[in-house]
Design a protein around this ligand. Structure first.
Ligand code: ATR
Length: 264
């Protein structure tokens, strides 16, 4: 029986096992997908398990998407450009790190029918997934990307990967067509974002990477001010589907059952 994992810390909240195990059963594959809370010092051994074929694949979540890189033998072009890995597999005896977050975000956005061509984007947050978001936005040919993070240095560091992004202080509100919440504010229903959106014009696109809860206060606020809103559910599903295809060779179905599975 092939073994797969998602690793992170914390990891309890992860819905990846639910989704992957559903697809594994649906496609009659002999495999099991589990979650594992790990510490930094566990990374090396985990990669050894892939190398020795005791584990067939791993998904990586916060805070290990960058930390895992020194232990890998090769990065896909996407993982290299973003310095972020969320999917690991063995190919020709080499442990490879890949990034399916880019595909996930891009596919999710395309389904919204909101055309990002030449649009101005404001990203809130500078955590592990933001380089993937920026990479995807550039593929979608937006005209300007601005990053605002509470700890400004972390946003400035993204300029090492993407020279043409702008960085503003947390609390500053430059003009934008689309605003993306990539912070962890909202994961907890009580979380409030101390930003003032009241002076913005309407019909902007408020996008939250968080999908559980379904509608964060950030999205509620955006909606009440007359804007279009979307959560990160489709990004999550699409990044998982691309990892599934890589490991098992088939694209899993994304149907009503999948959506219901994630509604909890
Ligand atoms: P990591 O930074 O380890 O990759 P993450 O969950 O991907 O973790 O990122 C959390 C993001 O939410 C960060 O951008 C963080 O800002 P800091 O870099 O200043 O820590 C942001 N964040 C979390 N709580 C916040 C809060 N109360 N106000 C503003 N930003 C917050």
């Amino acid at each position: 029986m092939k073994k797969y994992f998602v690793i992170g810390n914390p990891i309890d909240h992860s819905l990846s096992p639910l989704l992957h195990n559903y697809w594994i059963q649906h496609n009659n594959i002999e495999a099991v997908y589990d979650k594992k809370k790990i510490e930094d010092e566990d990374l090396k051994n985990l990669i050894l398990e892939i190398k020795e074929k005791r584990v067939s694949g791993i998904n990586i979540t916060v805070p290990f998407k960058k930390k895992i890189i020194p232990y890998l033998e090769k990065l896909s072009p996407e993982a290299n450009s973003t310095q972020s890995v969320n999917t690991i597999f063995l190919d020709k005896e080499q442990v490879i790190g890949h990034n399916t977050d880019i595909f996930g975000f891009e596919s999710g956005i395309k389904e919204t029918k909101f055309n990002l061509l030449n649009k101005e984007i404001l990203i809130l947050g500078a955590g592990g997934v933001v380089s993937s978001i920026i990479f995807a936005l550039k593929k979608l040919k937006v005209s300007k990307i601005t990053v605002s993070n509470r700890t400004r240095d972390k946003a400035e560091n993204l300029k090492n990967l993407f020279k043409d992004i702008d960085v503003v202080n947390w609390g500053d509100m430059p003009n934008f067509d689309m605003i993306i919440n990539a912070t962890s504010i909202g994961l907890n229903n009580k979380d409030e974002m101390n930003l003032d959106f009241s002076k913005l014009s309407k019909n902007k696109f408020f996008y939250d990477l968080i999908y559980n809860p379904n509608e964060t206060k950030f999205l509620k606020k955006g909606k009440s001010l007359g804007n279009i809103t979307e959560n990160g559910k489709m990004m999550f599903i699409h990044q998982a589907s691309a990892a599934f295809k890589l490991w098992h060779g088939v694209w899993p179905e994304i149907d009503e059952k999948v959506f219901r599975l994630l509604e909890q």
